[in-house]
Ligand binder design. Structure first.
Ligand code: NAI
Length: 443
């Protein structure tokens, strides 16, 4: 906690009205909020940031970081032991960053009183011309009978288990469902995944998603695809597939059917336009319907990714500083940390076809890559889509070891508007998985 509060706006007691106040108020200290605060502070803005829970938000405390700790632990017991250590260390890091002389961290929730004033439960009021909302998202539970049962958890609940479930049923084969399916199967749980759609991971290229699912099936995970869950009755998950009523029994049932933006009734006091399902309405600059108020990260429902939130926050701060940047939010890489990984940037082959975009697709396979063979990681494929005639790279979708790193390279190339012809003339270290990109470019 920053104790240097004299240099900051003095909180007003309830009812005192507006002051000149901080230059910037930020509600929520997740990746979007705290990165925006630090960036603004480094550029001389006075920032007050509010956090009702732990700094670091979902990503650090109950999302990306604990999940990746599980992925990189040899056993469930090791994961349970390491998780709090990793989280606490990183939380300490964020608190250090926020202990900047230009930042005041208020460890309370902030609610809107009007478009420029917020209030905390202890009655402190703060005013500023500019406010960034970065309140994140929460798990969306299906509105079905039995959802409140003792065996049903969301991702946060699953990460709190102290005993490995013998049978784990996962509802939803999106990012959260697939990551937990992969890791809990490796720890030794019997895992069943029930997914409403025909294929897992809707945002990933269908071909890649199918290969990944088949790979996980080979490892022993059972998938029911095209299956809608209707109810939960104690240990039984009841669902319908191809007109048949089916059920599976589980000790723990993970609800991984999406997340909803954390909007709050007090947003009305600021005059904000928002929706329970879609979040706070923003334009391309993340400005809300009220001048001076911005919404970044999961709460605007655009791209529910920690790194998207961070860059949106930086973009907003840059615009407040009058220093416009060239951030391109259409190039948004994403990774799914299953084993093997999957990752993507840009539209899938199906999306390009549906949009009528002319393109050509080049593939490379892990089994033909020297490093992959040496690593005994030969299962995987990389797909590179580009404009016809080895033109500009439009997208890259990968499944296999270190897919995220490969997609990051493709993402950098896309940010530089590189063509496949240019990629072919770029030297790649041998032997590396990165040569897969070169191989696809040469295919
Ligand atoms: P999701 O939207 O990715 O997937 C939810 C899945 O549940 C969908 O495939 C949907 O068809 C299925 N579903 C919905 N109702 C169903 C029913 N009645 N029966 C069976 N299946 C049903 O949501 P998820 O996985 O909960 O993730 C939430 C957000 O968090 C996403 O936006 C994701 O991008 C983000 N996230 C990103 C991570 C990463 O980048 N590595 C890691 C974890 C989360």
């Amino acid at each position: 906690m920053n104790t240097n509060s004299q240099t900051h706006p003095t909180p007003l007691s309830s009812g005192e009205g507006h002051t000149d106040g901080a230059s910037l108020l930020i509600i929520g200290a997740g990746p979007g909020g705290y990165r925006a605060a630090v960036h603004a502070a480094h550029h001389g803005l006075k920032v007050t940031i509010f956090e009702g829970g732990h700094v670091g938000g979902t990503c650090l405390n109950v999302g990306c970081i604990p999940t990746k700790t599980y992925v990189h632990s040899a056993s469930f017991a090791e994961a349970v032991e390491r998780q709090p250590q990793v989280v606490e260390q990183l939380r300490g890091g964020v608190e250090t960053l926020l202990a900047h002389p230009n930042i005041t961290l208020v460890k309370e929730r902030a609610s809107f009183i009007d478009a420029h004033t917020v209030e905390t439960p202890s009655g402190q009021r703060f005013s500023a011309e500019n406010i960034i909302i970065a309140t994140g998202s929460s798990s969306k539970m299906l509105p079905i009978p039995g959802v409140d049962g003792p065996r049903v958890v969301d991702s946060t609940g699953l990460l709190q288990l102290k005993e490995l479930p013998r049978r784990l049923c996962i509802i939803g084969a999106g990012v959260i469902g697939m990551e937990f399916a992969s890791v809990f199967q490796r720890f030794g749980s019997e895992v069943v995944v029930i997914e409403y759609l025909k294929e897992c991971l809707p945002m990933v290229d269908g071909d890649i998603a199918k290969r990944l699912r088949k790979q996980l099936e080979k490892r022993g995970i059972t998938f029911f695809m095209g299956a809608g869950v209707k109810a939960i009755d104690g240990a039984a998950v009841l669902f319908e597939q191809k007109g048949k009523e089916l059920s599976v029994e589980a000790d723990v049932i993970l609800m991984a059917t999406g997340r909803k933006p954390n909007v709050s009734p007090d947003f009305v006091n600021a005059g904000l336009e928002f929706d329970e399902r879609k979040g706070v309405v923003v334009n391309e600059q993340f400005q809300t319907s009220v001048p001076g108020i911005f919404a970044i990260g999961d709460v605007n429902g655009r791209q529910m990714l920690a790194h998207a939130a961070e860059m949106q926050g930086i973009h907003v701060v840059n615009s407040l500083l009058g220093q416009p940047d060239e951030l391109d939010f259409s190039i948004m890489p994403a990774a799914i940390f299953t084993e093997p990984e999957a990752a993507c940037v840009g539209p899938s082959e199906d999306q390009l076809k549906a949009a009528g975009t002319p393109f050509e697709c080049h593939k490379a396979f892990y089994r033909a890559n020297g490093k992959a063979l040496a690593m005994k990681d030969t299962e995987g494929m990389l797909k590179l889509c580009c404009e016809p005639g080895r033109g500009r790279i439009l997208s890259c979708h990968v499944f296999g070891a270190h897919a995220a790193d490969l997609v990051q390279e493709a993402s950098v190339l896309m940010c530089c508007h590189a063509t496949v012809a240019q990629l072919r003339s770029m030297v790649h270290i041998h032997p590396t998985l990165s040569e897969l990109l070169l191989a696809a470019a040469e295919a």
